[in-house]
Design a protein around this ligand. Structure first.
Ligand SMILES: CC(C)(COP(=O)(O)OP(=O)(O)OC[C@H]1O[C@@H](n2cnc3c(N)ncnc32)[C@H](O)[C@@H]1OP(=O)(O)O)[C@@H](O)C(=O)NCCC(=O)NCCSC(=O)C[C@H](O)C(=O)O
Ligand code: MG
Length: 295
């Protein structure tokens, strides 16, 4: 069921559902996606008021091109089922489910979405943040073939807690998890969004982590503060050089002089038909980002 387009998801900003100021401020922030949180950023006593605040904000609208995703509590909690129903009813684009561990969890979530009346294009995003999810990440991704699952979001804070690992600048403890998740996401046509960087004041650290995530293949990064948006938007967008090279590759393969050739030299680089696919994707993503920025 999962269908993918070239929608930018460079910057996916979390905000606690209980923070009405953040819900208001988000209407003017340059985020591609807003992750309105009902889970870990909301204290148990505030869960119901946070859900009401999110529903009211989403119904009120004003978020423009920003995609609205609601992070629900787990279905095994007292809040999960009503969070999911509220997300479907209020007009969000997708629900983000935490702490999934198996394909069976995806099937259960998808069935709950169907029961709640979600259309087929309502997205199911899941947090990859539990050790069992890492060990079963391919079967989780494969469940997208029969469900609304479209997107993996890495939860490196929960992984650190579960692994008893440290969050170091090279993220050595999480490389297996990050890379397996990327492989599974790509094998089944899913988006993959990297985890958060907690140190809001450490701009260089954020740049390094965004660049590492981009180089590993992630589509974007989850963020926790508006000050992190500009970096993620820049690092996860194709650079001007990337776009120029992509256009040169497209032109070279379209040149009648190169008809029937499988390999060319473009600006000094060996370029095969596989690079043509990549070039088309780069240009399409650049156009989609420009459309966002002029919206
Ligand atoms: C971390 C924060 C609690 C810091 O908040 P605060 O002290 O208010 O920050 P500032 O004073 O610097 O804020 C400046 C202005 O920006 C607004 N703001 C701050 N954060 C956000 C935000 N996330 N979205 C929108 N707007 C935001 C403030 O309201 C100020 O506005 P103004 O009044 O106009 O000056 C806070 O940043 C925060 O709550 N961040 C998000 C935390 C969150 O959602 N956490 C859950 C997701 S992370 C996670 O769980 C990862 C995963 O599951 C894993 O396992 O890794
Ligand atoms: Mg988490």
């Amino acid at each position: 069921m999962a269908s993918q387009t070239h929608r930018p998801r460079r910057s996916c900003l979390y905000m606690p559902g209980a923070n009405e100021r953040a819900l208001e401020k988000a209407r003017g922030l340059p985020a591609d996606t807003l992750l309105l949180d009902l889970e870990d950023a909301v204290a148990p006593d505030a869960k119901l008021t946070a859900r009401e605040a999110i529903v009211s904000a989403v119904k009120q609208g004003g978020y423009g091109h920003r995609e609205i995703v609601i992070r629900m509590n787990g279905l095994n909690t007292e809040w999960g089922e009503d969070d999911l129903k509220a997300a479907v009813a209020c007009g969000a684009k997708a629900v983000l489910a935490p702490k999934v561990e198996s394909a069976a969890d995806i099937m259960t979530l998808d069935a709950a979405l169907t029961e709640a009346g979600a259309p087929n294009d309502f997205g199911l995003w899941v947090m990859i943040e539990m050790p069992k999810a890492i060990l079963r990440v391919e079967e989780i991704a494969a469940a997208s073939e029969d469900t609304r699952l479209t997107t993996f979001v890495m939860g490196t804070n929960d992984l650190a807690k579960e692994y008893r690992a440290r969050m170091t600048p090279d993220r050595i403890a999480f490389q297996t998890a990050l890379q397996l998740s990327i492989a599974a996401a790509r094998a089944y046509g899913l988006y993959a969004i990297d985890g958060v960087f907690n140190d809001i004041k450490d701009e260089d650290g954020l740049i390094n982590e965004c660049e590492q995530g981009r180089d590993l293949g992630f589509d974007g990064k989850t963020l926790i503060h508006p000050s992190q948006l500009e970096t993620a938007n820049r690092v996860f967008a194709p650079s001007q050089h990337d776009v120029e090279q992509a256009k040169a590759v497209i032109e070279a393969f379209a040149d009648p002089a190169n008809a029937g050739k499988g390999v060319l030299k473009v600006n000094g680089k060996m370029t095969e038909l596989l690079h043509l696919d990549e070039a088309r994707r780069t240009v399409a993503m650049d156009e989609a980002i420009r459309a966002f920025e002029t919206a």
